[in-house]
Design a protein around this ligand. Sequence first.
Ligand SMILES: [Zn+2]
Length: 65
Amino acid sequence: MSDEITWTLINTEDWGGGLERTYRARGVEHAGCGGDVLLVHLHDEEDALVHAHSHCGECGEDLTP
Ligand SMILES: [Zn+2]
């Protein structure tokens, strides 16, 4: 993840074992379709980060570095 990207929290959801937080990159678009670049963080019940992946909010393409 580039330090130059500002991530804005846009959604928080309980997936059953903790929280799933979705962030949107500010000012960054998916080069393929122009959709929002989203970053999803899965946390466990202790709020520790267990999984992170990035994808396009428009076409769903996996953008995880
Ligand atoms: Zn896309």
